[in-house]
Design a protein around this ligand. Structure first.
Ligand code: FAD
Ligand code: DHB
Length: 420
């Protein structure tokens, strides 16, 4: 059996695990990352695309934003369509904060490149990771690397292995409490080789179901359709997808939507899940391993980054002077933000989607809520503060001078000018 020793064993090379490894290395803490999938697979996996300004700031401070600053699309508002009419929600004007469209797989590529350049130890394609002894001072991960059994011993194990990972399940029954909710619909997402039809995102509420128009670059569109909860992809040939998108985005019967070859497609269940606490002895859970949200409000990746920020600071403090305070407070610090994200994601999900069993009364209530959002500046501002991540930053008491000098709309152009 081959034995390796490190300080933090990280399970999972998604955004959480890779970012944690990178932040720790910047602070002189050693880690080893083990990932079930191949490097090619994790670099191509199409998922999130909306980065909050706080997430961009963190990536920039960590030296990870060269390409993001060149290629990311900075947004200052989005369009809301309902009842055949269009409305703009100018979130940058309302909050001083912008968002940035940049594919999650691009963040993952940038992180892997940075780890590789720094000589980081990343093991891909490891299918049998087993966390052991997490209740002791010498937790380990056992696995097989190229046919050879291997044990990685650390001071801590970081479970960054997503919702379907193994780490959460290595905790004894009864030590964690789970909270969950499943929605009676899913999202069919496509990536298309087509110039985005508009500059800003479009959230479209339609009697046939919700649709979202997003983008990844000036030549790639990302589109989502609300579909049934267990819809087989085979039921959605290209023509049906485009026809449904045209219908749901139509304004006064006009059908304006750029179309092109579909590069990838997938169906995502809409589910909420939280585990408490996010720690068991020497095992710390971060990102989707500890909590997931329905994608409506684009919070998953941003919450994962917020966890990792706390966890990296906590490990660093422990190694710097043996201080346990941040480690002990990790779960509590994250969960306040996690539940805020859960609440906003649930709110946005119910605001935008058609529920299968709902009656006309529920439909009318939703329309009233939507009208409120586009006619009341107070309602729009409260919504925008959550959407851009300002509400979470305020919760963390970490907004500093940004709160006292919000940027004007004119001053928000160009993500790279933003100060951390
Ligand atoms: P993951 O990305 O799931 O990474 C976990 C890693 O662990 C994976 O690489 C996995 O292969 C690996 N792993 C799993 N099991 C094991 C094992 N046994 N051993 C070793 N490795 C293992 N969020 C946003 O903020 N903005 C958005 O716009 C947004 N849009 C989304 C759209 C869709 C369609 C979906 C599905 C999600 C979206 N999200 C969005 C959510 C976001 O993608 C996730 O929250 C994010 O991927 C969480 O990162 P993570 O690293 O915690 O987990
Ligand atoms: C994207 C996903 C979302 O859930 C959202 O609200 C905005 C954008 C995206 O993948 O681009």
């Amino acid at each position: 059996m081959r034995r390796l020793r490190t300080q933090v064993v990280i399970v999972g090379a998604g955004p959480s695990g890779l970012l944690l490894s990178h932040l720790l290395s910047l602070r002189g803490v050693d880690s080893i990352v083990v990932e079930r999938r191949s490097r090619e697979y994790v670099e191509q996996r199409v998922r999130a695309g909306l980065l909050e300004q706080g997430t961009v700031d963190l990536l920039r401070q960590a030296g990870l934003a060269d390409r993001l600053d060149r290629e990311g699309l900075v947004h200052e508002g989005f369009e809301l369509r309902f009842d055949g009419s269009q409305h703009r929600l100018p979130f940058a004007e309302l909050t001083g904060w912008t968002t940035c469209m940049y594919g999650q797989q691009e963040v993952v590529k940038d992180l892997i490149k940075a780890r590789a350049a720094a000589g980081g130890q990343l093991y891909f394609g490891i299918e049998d990771v087993a966390p052991l002894d997490v209740e002791t001072d010498a937790p380990r991960v056992r696995c097989t690397v190229q046919g050879e059994p291997m044990e990685i011993i650390g001071d801590f194990v970081a479970g960054c292995d997503g919702f379907h990972g193994v780490c959460r399940h290595s905790v004894p029954t009864g030590a964690l409490t789970t909270y969950e909710h499943a929605y009676p619909f899913a999202w069919l997402g496509i990536l298309a080789s087509a110039a985005p039809s508009t500059e800003e995102l479009i959230y479209a509420v339609h009697e046939g179901g919700f649709a979202l128009h997003s983008m990844r670059s000036p030549t790639i569109s990302r589109l989502y359709l609300q579909v049934g909860p267990a819809e087989p992809l085979a039921d959605w040939p290209d023509d049906r997808i485009w026809a449904e998108l045209r219908t749901r985005f139509a304004l006064h019967g006009q059908e304006v939507l750029n179309e092109g070859p579909i590069l990838s497609r997938s169906v995502t269940a809409m589910r909420s899940f939280v585990v408490e606490p996010m720690q068991y002895r020497r095992l710390f859970l971060a990102g989707d391993a500890a909590h997931i949200v329905p994608p409506s409000a684009a919070k998953g990746l941003n919450l994962a980054v917020a966890d990792v920020r706390h966890l990296a600071a906590a490990f660093t403090a422990w190694y710097a002077d043996g201080s346990r305070e941040l480690l002990d407070g990790y779960s509590r610090a994250c969960l306040a933000a996690v539940w805020q994200g859960q609440e906003f994601s649930a709110f946005m999900t119910s605001l935008l989607h058609r529920f299968p069993a709902e009656d006309d009364y529920a439909v009318k209530l939703r329309q009233a809520r939507l009208r409120d959002l586009v006619t009341s500046r107070a309602a729009a501002t409260a919504f925008a503060e959550h959407y851009v991540g300002l509400a979470r930053a305020r919760l963390a008491g970490a907004i500093g001078e940004r709160q006292s000098s919000p940027r004007t709309r004119a001053g928000t152009a160009g993500g790279s000018t933003h100060q951390a």
